[in-house]
Design a protein around this ligand. Sequence first.
Ligand code: HOZ
Length: 427
Amino acid sequence: MKNNRSVELFKEAQQFIPGGVNSPVRAFKSVGADPLFITKAAGPNIWDVDGNRFIDFVGSWGPMILGHCHPQVVEEVKKAVDAGSSFGAPTELEITLAKMVVKAVPSIEMVRMVSSGTEATMSAIRLARGYTGKDKILKFAGCYHGHADSLLVKAGSGAATFGVPDSPGVPPDFAKHTLTADFNSLESVRTLVAQNNGNIACIIVEPIAGNMGTVPPRDGFLEGLRSICDEEGIILIFDEVMTGFRVALGGAQELYGVTPDMTTLGKIIGGGLPVGAFGGKKDIMSLLSPSGGVYQAGTLSGNPLAMTAGIETLKLLQTDGFYQKLEEKSAYLAAGIERAAKEAGYPIYSTRVGSMFCAFFTKGEVHDWATAAACDTKAFATYFKGMLDEGIYLAPSQFETAFVSIAHADSDLDKTIAAAGKAFKAL
Ligand code: HOZ
């Protein structure tokens, strides 16, 4: 694969942008390659500056559930930009999207829009602390909730990929309020709750972990968290930045039938533009400024272009049979990759919930960070490069999720399975 122009651009970028990228995992560093610079995308494909075309399973790290450049979204965003790109004042679009979110997501009675998932989780935690008057929060090792100080403790995604799950620059005085349990272990939660009796404001969890690869919750795990929170007066926050509108219209809480007190959203809600959101019960959300005293604000919050992209995307998700079709495509692909590994005699542990899936390079099962971290990341890197050579664009880390979009055609899925077969055989 020719990538001369990407290599040149990466050299130039490194002189002006730390590490050459504006978000760490994009750098391809952990797979020992140079990142590709992208020029355009359409449907299931992206193209780089050297003219290579790829079948894309990153989907901008989750938002592009419709595939790239859906004509309806593009058309409405073009109209919106003609009417003005930012006002810093309320618009009717914000009410429209808020109503759609309240209708779709079981736990959300009121919602506040922000511009990223990080802002959503950071603000939700502030609100949970303001509501309960308690300081401590409990998260899970390998779960990633953005890069706010108190959440960069045993964090997943890029933090795990680059070996800085506890980032320098986070004062120990901040981190000491963050407790870390093991994903899928209610026992580890109960122990920490008992040790910090009456001092925990919230438990925040990715109901399907997607930032240590894809790790589904074990039966009863989410229900158990709900019971513990009810018994102890702790706010339960589902971080559905990745899973919201992805595994079902109402997210993982709809899929598993467990309703948290608060929910954070991002990615799909912005239809490819920068949007995050957090919402929950009215009595909690009403504490937010200006109706209450917990402060949170943003110049571009509720931006009209971003609201438009979100509204159109959510409309399209509600067309007949959308999630069923996506499920069928995803099941076919994940099963095909698993079969390809088996035929090549290469052991992987395959996980999938809806259109989120992961091939873990391990002989064992993966249920938490310790078992995910045991994967052979060198073999993953070789596989990643093999796939790229075959025109398949995956996230450049073992500890990320692959996303299927509705735009992936059967022929794209077959091509991907064939490429996987070749890549596994070469290991
Ligand atoms: N937090 C994203 C991965 N889980 C990375 C986003 C990006 O690099 O664009």
